[in-house]
Every structure is written in structure tokens, then in C-alpha cells.
Design a protein around this ligand. Structure first.
Ligand code: SF4
Length: 481
């Protein structure tokens, strides 16, 4: 049985997950097979740094053929893409770039992140182990990742877009551990009996969650406490149920969350709500942005993963519980949206009145970036920031808390808890869906009818977020009395 790099990485997180992948693959959710489009495009682009590179073209699943082809090609070429190594007992891996240096080889792993992460070292340490034991003399190991300091000029400069970090000492130091772990996982995945492991809060992000965690309620102790506290409490109580907690043993937010759930009651601190409402200055401008954050910068003066706002929604209200006027901006060209958006924003936000956002750090940061980019608009844009009031605060501080929020102050949880409005029926249901569809539009991957459907969906989606804030303000007024 093969032990690939992804098997090794999965098994290192949880040996049972590896066993289930090998023996009960049907349990994996459809999303588990999704691959990262941005990671793939970064890899493709990085190959331009090695113009003489030759790809090992054996089918991705055929490690035997891949390793034989790699051996042959390595005697003729100095740079191989997707080079494969395989050990007789089944350990296999595929390195992004195998580069000859003198009589040795360098292992280069391309990552779409802007820094080296611990899991990258682990990943490369396994590759080092396999290539070394397959007979390749390894000189250096590199992580090639995106350069977070890079700002694109008119043309993309691939040399400056990437940074190469030599991680050889960290990788080599892990050799003994990898050898032991690889042997353990290889043996474990061959067993016929399913391993029995204690579940923990970390299971929440596992693809086998539904299988292993049937006894964990949809809203549980895991949602109230961070790790490792959540696990310790569950072990002590031998339960995941919030109803088994003694509320008085906890303070502040946690106390409120537990009591609200146990009594199925709304918590309301009128004084705190009134304090928040007293800061409002009418007219109110409810503002929300949608952005894309391309890994590879699309526009001049932008860097990897920089947020590019392409849409805003603004609901304007002159007095409490009064009628609302809606203004929307959506950039419908395949060009940099920022200048048009910044001008429209300044024109639409007036000179006075509170600007209501939900989670101020996001909108404020975008405004600071726009001000830095367009000095002629900087004063006007920054004065909008001076008027910002964050509607998240009363919900995060539990001035008002509904037990159906399930310990979250996200607008997607708060809105349906207090109103009958939900995001479920919309064409575009969440921010990341909005981002990826708009990104496809920018790359010219949508047909004309698809573009029109997207624009319509985005206008409704973004408008819904600011309308949600209008509704939540009504809720706050109602509970303040
Ligand atoms: S849900 Fe938890 S125990 Fe089950 S495979 Fe995943 S991490 Fe392991």
C-alpha cells in the first residue's frame, strides 16, 4: 500500500483519518476532493523561473511509472517538474521542482502562501526522506513562496513575485522523526481493524467529522471554549452537551452563552445597548464592501492576496426606524475597480452622520488602502473612517445575545436568530462565493449570461448585508426599551 505525501501529512494530523481514507473512502465529503485553483495557478506561474524545466508526465496516480521516468529524465536534464520518488515498501512523493546542483539535487516545493509554515517543513521533510532513500543525493531544500512585500508595476515581475527560502537545516533535523512516523503510518494503514481514537475539538475541521463525531450535538461545549480547555472540560464531564455545564463556574460571555442555551432565553443588557445607540449620529450610512484577494496580483499597485474592493452597498437612513435609501456600486469592467469605487464612495457617503459597518477593521483597512493609493481623495476617505461605528460590538460583547447565535457574533448567525431573514435562498450565499465568482469574471471565464446572473446575485447579496444591519439596528432599538 502506498504512503504518499498527502497520506503522511493526513496521518500525522490523525492516524485514524489516514486509516479511514484508505478503508472507508466513501465517507469523505465531496468538498474534500476540491483542489485549490489559486495554488495551481501559482505553481504554473513559478515554473517560468525554470525555463529549462521538463515535466515528468506519467499519470498522477502511477508512482511506479513516475519514479522510473524521473530516473531516466534526471540523467539528461537539470530541472524536472513533478519529479517522483518511490521506495520499495510504498513511500512515494512528488516534488514540484527537482533541480540539479553540481552532482547533487535541490528539492524545491512551491507554495501559494506568503510565508513558510510549519506544515511546509513537515511536507518537505517527508520528501527529503523519500528522495534521499531512493538514491538522490540532496544538497538543499527550498520553499518557494509568494513575496508579501511585492507590489506589481504595470507588468508582473515573476522574479520579484517569488521568494526562495532555504530550509535545509530544519528539514534535515526532522529525518529521524520522519523515518519513525512513516514506518508507523505504513503499518497502521495496513491494519484491518479501525483505530479507536478519542475525538477532540480539532475534529471540527476534519473531513470525517460526521462519521466520528455523531455524539457531538450541533452546538456543543466545543463551540464555547477554545482548545485545549474545551477538550479538558469534555473529558471531565464525559459529555459534549452544554446542558451538562454548571454555568456559575464560568464568567462573562461564557456564562451568558451557557445560561441562554440552558434556558433557551435571549440575554439583554439594556444599559449597554443604549450606550451603543447613544453614539449614533443621523443620517446613518450602512456600508459593506465585497473584495477579491488574488494570490497573483492582477492590478498595478497591488500585492499577493491584497484585498481589491469591487463593490459596496450603502443603505442611508435619516432617522431611527425611518425609511432607507439604497445606493450600490458594482464594477462591471475587467479593469482595476478601485478608483471608480473610491470616487463613488466619497460621493455617496455625505459629510456627516455615522457610518455603520459590521466588523470595522475590514472596512477601515480597505479605506486606508484606498486613501494611500489616491492622495487626492485621501482626506475624504479617511474622514469616512472617523465616522465609523461598529455594529458588531453590542453583539460580540453580549449586550444582546440570542441562544440561536451559538456563541458566534457573525452577522450570518445574528440576523436569522433575531429576524426571519436568511441568506440560504440567495444566488450568491456568502462572501467567499462572491469573491470566487467575481474573480472568474475578472479572468474572463464567464459567459455573458453568466456575468449578468453574477451581477444580479452580487447586487442582492451585498445589499442584503447592509439591509441586515438596518434590521439589526431596529432589533437593538426594540431591546433597548
Ligand atoms: S474526526 Fe477526529 S478522530 Fe475522526 S478522523 Fe478526523 S481528526 Fe481523527
Amino acid at each position: 500500500m502506498n504512503l504518499s505525501k498527502s497520506d503522511y501529512m493526513l496521518g500525522s494530523l490523525c492516524p485514524k483519518a489516514l486509516w479511514l481514507k484508505k478503508h472507508k473512502k466513501e465517507l469523505l465529503s465531496a468538498e474534500a476532493d476540491e483542489w485549490s485553483a489559486s495554488g495551481y495557478s501559482v505553481q504554473k506561474l513559478a515554473r517560468a523561473l525554470y525555463p529549462d524545466g521538463v515535466e515528468v508526465s506519467a499519470p498522477i496516480w502511477d508512482f511506479k511509472q513516475g519514479s522510473e521516468q524521473t530516473k531516466k529524465l534526471s540523467s539528461k536534464y537539470d530541472v524536472l517538474f513533478e519529479a517522483v520518488a518511490r521506495l520499495p515498501w510504498g513511500a512515494t512523493c512528488r516534488i514540484d521542482v527537482l533541480q540539479k546542483e553540481g552532482r547533487s539535487w535541490n528539492l524545491i516545493e512551491i507554495k501559494s502562501t506568503t510565508e513558510v509554515k510549519a506544515e511546509h517543513i513537515e511536507d518537505l521533510a517527508f520528501q527529503y526522506y523519500v528522495f534521499y532513500n531512493a538514491g538522490y543525493k540532496i544538497k538543499n531544500c527550498y520553499i518557494l513562496h509568494l513575496n508579501k512585500k511585492y507590489k506589481r508595476k504595470k507588468k508582473l515581475d515573476i522574479q520579484k513575485l517569488f521568494v526562495s527560502e532555504n530550509v535545509t537545516p530544519e528539514v534535515v533535523a526532522r529525518y529521524g522523526e520522519v523515518e519513525e512516523q512513516a514506518a508507523f503510518l505504513s503499518d497502521m494503514q495496513k491494519r484491518t481493524q479501525e483505530p479507536q481514537l478519542q475525538i477532540s475539538k480539532k475534529c471540527k475541521s476534519c473531513d470525517f467529522y460526521d462519521y466520528c463525531c455523531v455524539n457531538v450535538p450541533p452546538y456543543s461545549i466545543w463551540d464555547i471554549f477554545p482548545q485545549p480547555t474545551a477538550d479538558k472540560i469534555c473529558q471531565k464531564l464525559n459529555s459534549y452537551d452544554i446542558n451538562d455545564l454548571i454555568a456559575t463556574e464560568y464568567k462573562d460571555k461564557r456564562f451568558i452563552d451557557i445560561v441562554s442555551w440552558q434556558k433557551q432565553k435571549i440575554h439583554c443588557d439594556k444599559e449597554k445597548i443604549r450606550e451603543f445607540l447613544s453614539q449614533l449620529q443621523y443620517p446613518l450610512y450602512y456600508l459593506d464592501y465585497e473584495t477579491i484577494e488574488p494570490a497573483i496580483p492582477l492590478f498595478e499597485n497591488s500585492g499577493p492576496y491584497q484585498h481589491i474592493p469591487f463593490q459596496f452597498s450603502l443603505h442611508i437612513q435619516d432617522h431611527p426606524n425611518g425609511p432607507v435609501e439604497h445606493i450600490g456600486f458594482l464594477h462591471k469592467e475587467k479593469t482595476d475597480p478601485r478608483r471608480d469605487l473610491a470616487e463613488a464612495l466619497v460621493k455617496s457617503c455625505g459629510q456627516k452622520g455615522s457610518v455603520i459597518v459590521y466588523n470595522e477593521s475590514f472596512e477601515k483597512k480597505r479605506n486606508e488602502e484606498l486613501a494611500g493609493l489616491f492622495p487626492d481623495l485621501a482626506t475624504a476617505i479617511l474622514s469616512i473612517n472617523d465616522r465609523v461605528l461598529d455594529q458588531l460590538i453590542p453583539f460580540r460583547q453580549r449586550a444582546l445575545y440570542h441562544y440561536l447565535q451559538h456563541s458566534s457574533a457573525s452577522i450570518k448567525k445574528v440576523l436569522p436568530a433575531f429576524t426571519n431573514i436568511s441568506y440560504d435562498k440567495l444566488e450568491v450565499k456568502n462572501g467567499s462565493e462572491a469573491m470566487s465568482s467575481y474573480f472568474q469574471f475578472m479572468l474572463g471565464e464567464l459567459s455573458s449570461p453568466e456575468e449578468q446572473t453574477l451581477f444580479k446575485g452580487l447586487e442582492i447579496y451585498c445589499g442584503q448585508d447592509t439591509f441586515a444591519m438596518v434590521k439589526l439596528m431596529e432589533v437593538l432599538y426594540k431591546f433597548a426599551v
